[in-house]
Design a protein around this ligand. Sequence first.
Ligand code: CUA
Length: 158
Amino acid sequence: MHMHKFEKIWLIFGISALVVFLSVVGVSAFYFGFKPPSGHHIIDPQKVEQTAPFDKPGLIKVEGKEWDYELVYVASAFFYNPQEVEVPLGAKVRVMVATKDVIHGFQIVGTNINMMVEPGYVSEIVTTFDKEGEYLIVCNEYCGTGHHLMSSKIKVVK
Ligand code: CUA
């Protein structure tokens, strides 16, 4: 079969682009562990503060689980509760976030944690804080006039 030179170049370009895009998706999913938030854990958005563990936001030590701590956040316009929390270095933590009102974001800057927090669902991820220092949490879903003020802080300490 005869193929024109430009046809060949175009075909090679198309296939290479496909390989590159699929590799990017594969590496981010399997190597970096990016995945959509799980939707199987639901919550009544009007009763967030009456529903355990969201009735006591903050760091909770747990026993007999795959992780050592649960770090519980209630998000609302334009605030995270708790505002600041200390996590021991090297602790395996299950981060759980629920919103009382609208959609918020939950990104821990400098990590691969970046979740959407939707009313009715608990967003969660298990992570290990293995670097000392201060981590900023920001909202990256536009949620209203105070969106840019919405933040919290995690201090990882020895
Ligand atoms: Cu909360 Cu933007």
